[in-house]
Write a protein that binds this ligand. Structure first.
Ligand SMILES: *[C@@H]1O[C@H](CO)[C@@H](O)[C@H](O)[C@H]1NC(C)=O
Length: 370
């Protein structure tokens, strides 16, 4: 055999092996450096750690009436609202109900924590996992004295099927959605991508790749183009807002705006508490508002770095690099990152997308309080 033939056979053999792994054990790819590429090439979705199971039609028996799903747009106040609704449900009582980590008290069911796990496996672990310190995971997210449980998501309404706005929902759960001025949101994708720990990326075969640009300008360019219509991240921006806007008057939906919450935290806490049917005395209200403040959360950053308690090998590690989660708590980031041309192009993108609907365009840009 000539060398070319031998090489040819090796290539064929390799692709057969890769095809088989891709078919039967695709999570093995994550053991390789940049293995996420083989994962994607063999037809599996990115990001690899998100699965659509938990809120799927016919699959929601594990939910309880009264559960809250915080489903803010990515980089639009999700962690903030998770923590704040937790403070509301426990009326600021950290002693009895310690908030150990955002993944413990207010977990994200759609985030698979161990490569290869399905929702069925992970779901079992929600009930049974004992943490390294001997405490039961279930006690953090499903404490018997909580008035309701809280879960994270980023879905658009279509990801929740008939849980929203039907006369006969399979479970009576509530939704808090949150939007943010889109340029600020998009600017915030940068620290989000470069802010994942190496340990997390190693768990997922190098995903997400850190190479979104070597300097701030290049990174801004990358996130700007990836959020264009027709691109993968587009859905998380304008379509997210439009589709939640369409269901905002449903009884079980509360649509908030990040800018309003920054300007009026006091009123926002009141609104959320009312929506959740929690009565806060003036003292409790003041305590909760303090807890939900940027200043308080900034001082507790280590609670917001996202552990993966269901993955033994990830013990003591975090998804998010220290300091990259609770960042500034202000409005107007986007203007700093993007060029005047990009901002103009973006404004047009918004206007084209919302069309005649001036109300929603105005609301998305500024919130209700100018
Ligand atoms: C945990 O166990 C209870 C009782 O068996 C069950 O009703 C519930 O659905 C389980 N939770 C999850 C997340 O599987």
């Amino acid at each position: 055999m000539t060398i070319v033939k031998i090489l040819g056979n090796i290539v064929i053999l390799l692709s057969i092996i890769i095809g088989c792994i891709g078919r039967f054990q695709p999570h093995l790819f994550f053991k390789l450096p940049n293995g996420f590429i083989l994962w994607a090439l063999t037809g599996h979705p990115l990001p690899p750690f998100i699965i659509p199971g938990p809120f799927k039609e016919g699959n929601v028996d594990w939910l309880n009436d009264g559960d809250l799903i915080v489903t803010a747009a990515p980089k639009s106040g999700t962690t903030w609202m998770l923590f704040c609704s937790h403070q509301i449900r426990v009326k600021g009582d950290d002693e009895k109900f310690p908030y150990a980590d955002v993944s413990l008290n207010t977990p994200w069911p759609e985030l698979i924590q161990t490569p290869g796990d399905t929702w069925e496996i992970q779901r079992e672990k929600y009930n049974t996992t004992v943490l390294a310190d001997g405490t039961l995971f279930k006690n953090y997210w499903d404490h018997p004295e909580y008035p309701f449980r809280i879960f994270k998501s980023h879905n658009l309404p279509k990801g929740f099927g008939s849980l929203i706005g039907s006369d006969n929902p399979p479970k009576k759960v509530k939704f808090i959605a949150m939007a943010r001025p889109a340029l600020d949101q998009i600017a915030s994708f940068i620290p989000f991508f470069v802010g994942k720990t190496d340990e997390f990326r190693k768990t997922w075969g190098g995903f997400p790749p850190v190479s979104i640009g070597t300097n701030a300008r290049e990174q801004a360019k990358t996130v700007f183009s990836r959020t264009k219509p027709g691109n993968k991240w587009f859905d998380m921006t304008l379509p997210y807002v439009k589709s939640w806007w369409e269901v905002k008057d449903e009884d079980n939906v509360l649509l908030l705006h990040y800018s309003d919450a920054v300007k009026d935290l006091d009123g926002t806490v009141k609104k959320i508490a009312d929506f959740l049917d929690v009565e806060l005395s003036p003292e409790h209200h003041a305590k909760v508002v303090d807890r939900c403040s940027y200043k308080y959360m900034k001082g507790k950053q280590h609670l917001f770095e996202y552990q993966m308690p269901l993955n033994r090998e990830f013990d003591g590690k975090r998804i998010v690099k220290s300091g990259s989660m609770i960042r500034k708590g202000t409005n107007g980031d986007g203007k700093v990152f993007f060029t005047d041309e990009e901002i103009a192009e973006f404004n047009k993108r918004e206007e084209d997308f919302y069309g005649e609907d001036i109300d929603i365009l105005d609301w998305h840009r500024h919130g209700s309080m100018k």
